[in-house]
Design a protein around this ligand. Structure first.
Ligand code: SF4
Length: 166
């Protein structure tokens, strides 16, 4: 039987796509179980939005990903560049990939301005987290694709083949 598909942040699958040119691979029994349960579909919203790797870190100022999509907040790089268009384009393309592969859910990197599903950095570049979602996570949730993070794998596995938000 064909496995359900799960969209996954590419950096969590070992691809060196983070702003610092590194990955953030996760392993362990839960991840092995995840790979047995789901076909994992990698995507990096910032890369497919056209940003280079490595790149300056970025944070959302004035809100979260939903506010960026609504036009009331912007994404700024640590170098002072407005990278909002690339983040929005990357989010849209990520949604297209999820739709193309019929992903039932997504498992994205926590705290990222694109992928964070619960918290993001607050725009002050002072390592301060606030509640809110990244741009891609917001767009996926808006379209009915629940987003989990790498610290919620056990809960995602317990939720079954049609996982809902934890
Ligand atoms: S945008 Fe998402 S997938 Fe890409 S490096 Fe950042 S956290 Fe990882």
């Amino acid at each position: 039987m064909k496995k359900p598909t799960l969209l996954v942040s590419a950096c969590l699958l070992g691809q060196p796509v983070r702003y610092d040119g590194r990955s953030k691979p996760v392993s362990g029994p839960d991840w092995e179980a995840l790979g047995q349960r789901f076909e994992l579909i990698p995507a990096c919203p910032e890369c497919i939005g056209g940003l280079p790797t490595p790149r300056p870190a970025a944070e959302i100022a004035g809100g979260d990903g939903n506010d960026v999509l609504a036009g009331s907040a912007r994404v700024w790089s640590a170098a002072g560049d407005d990278v909002t268009p690339a983040f929005i384009d990357g989010a849209r393309r990520t949604l297209e990939i999820a739709a193309e592969h019929r992903c039932a859910a997504a498992l994205l990197k926590a705290n990222s301005p694109s992928c964070g599903n619960r918290r993001i950095y607050d725009g002050s570049f002072s390592s301060t987290l606030r509640e809110g979602r990244g741009v891609a996570a917001s767009l996926l949730e808006r379209h009915g694709i629940p987003v989990w993070n790498e610290e919620e794998v056990d809960a995602l596995l317990e939720a079954g083949d049609r996982p809902m938000p934890g």
